[in-house]
Design a protein around this ligand. Structure first.
Ligand SMILES: *Cc1c(COP(=O)(O)O)cnc(C)c1O
Length: 363
């Protein structure tokens, strides 16, 4: 071993050495349907108005650390109940990190159903926390409320994460199953509503009705992934404590200005969302008609499907060779064996994906 390796191994925690980095594939030149982005850009007039706002920024000054105006706009746009407070993060990934840093310590357990969003496990493990994954029901990826409650009783988790809708499966868990978990959990329950714009279901109105519930959202899947802005809504008592861990200027000024501006253009964003919802329906129907494809119901802006009689890694590679990048979930194994996930794109992108898939399946 070289000297630098010896130093690294002697210094870093074993859980860090054992982690794999979160891998983001190079997507340049591909039809990009791998990351749940909104495929639509802004109309020219909106871009001009936005640049006019940005021209008034003061990059020499620190941004508003409390984000007063942005928080007010987020509360109004997201139906945050009167009396609930917000914590803002550089993406909701940072909020997951803040929550887990707040509870980190020896013998602390974090729990979530699996398969789910991989950052819950990744961040928990990077902080030296124990992570317990409870399998979803294999048939439909529904929450197994009995198994969840049994695991909660056995492990007494400090935090339970529930993605609602779930990524990468796309389904919404049953609200009564979530309420059972809220009643059983000794710690905090984070309902992650990253896909709220596409779901037509939310725990936001109930966020103050349970003393252990917080609701997390992001602007990423709405269409502002490049800004990196997520937020957590909850009782002031929770938010006040978590806010102590947040780095003072984590939301930069360009993000604050741009997000405030975008939230004023809700009608344009709504038009984009409605197009994506319409095209999700169509894409699911077309996929469902293909031989060898099993489609799962989605309440998000992506669709999970399983290949029957074909190897997912081969089909994924053939799609890629045709210039279409989606997500291969087969390496995750278990219930996700032979599963692929496609983000709903523009009608043209969806068509090109479907054509490429039909060709790949026929090859
Ligand atoms: C994409 C995603 C996030 C992360 O969103 P960012 O705000 O971009 O960090 C969080 N949770 C789920 C379930 C997601 O799919």
């Amino acid at each position: 071993m070289s000297q630098i390796d010896t130093k690294i191994r002697g210094l870093l925690r074993p859980e860090i050495l054992a982690l794999s980095a979160y891998h983001v594939p190079d997507s340049k030149g591909y039809i990009k349907l791998d990351a749940m982005e909104n495929p639509y850009t802004w109309p020219e007039t909106m871009v001009e108005a936005w640049l006019g706002r940005l021209a008034k920024a003061s990059p020499n000054r620190y941004p508003d650390p409390a984000c007063h105006r942005l928080k007010a706009a987020l509360k109004a746009a997201n139906g945050v109940p009167e009396g609930a407070e917000l914590l803002l993060g550089n993406g909701s990934d940072e909020i997951i990190q803040i929550i887990l840093m707040a509870v980190a310590g020896p013998d602390v357990t974090i729990l979530a159903p699996e398969p789910t969003f991989v950052m819950y496990r990744q961040i928990a493990v990077s902080l030296g926390l124990r992570f317990v994954g409870v399998p979803l029901r294999e048939q439909d990826f529904a929450l197994d409320a009995d198994a969840m409650c049994a695991a909660i009783a056995a492990h007494r988790p400090a935090v339970v994460f529930l993605a609602y809708p779930n990524n990468p499966t796309g389904n919404l868990f049953a609200p009564d199953a979530i309420e059972r978990i809220l009643a059983a959990a000794p710690g905090l329950v984070v309902v992650d509503e990253a896909y709220a714009p596409y779901a037509d279901a939310s725990f936001m109105p109930s966020v103050l009705k349970f003393d252990n519930l917080v609701v997390m959202r992001t602007l990423s899947k709405l269409g502002l992934a490049g800004l990196r802005l997520g937020f957590l809504a909850g009782a002031k008592a929770w938010i006040e404590q978590l806010d102590k861990i947040r780095l003072p200027y984590n939301i930069n000024e360009l993000t604050q200005i741009s997000a405030e501006f975008a939230l004023e253009q809700q009608a344009i964003l709504d038009t984009q969302i409605n197009a994506i919802l319409r095209d999700r329906q169509q894409l699911a129907e077309m996929l469902g008609k293909m031989d060898g494809v099993r489609v799962y119901d989605s309440r998000a802006n992506f669709i999970l499907f399983k290949l029957v009689g074909h190897a997912a890694p081969d089909i994924f590679q053939r799609l890629k060779d045709s210039g279409v990048l989606i997500k291969n979930l087969h390496p995750a194994g278990g219930m996700l064996a032979h599963c692929l996930r496609v983000t709903v794109g523009t009608p043209d992108e969806n068509r090109r994906f479907l054509d490429a898939l039909a060709e790949a399946l026929a090859a």
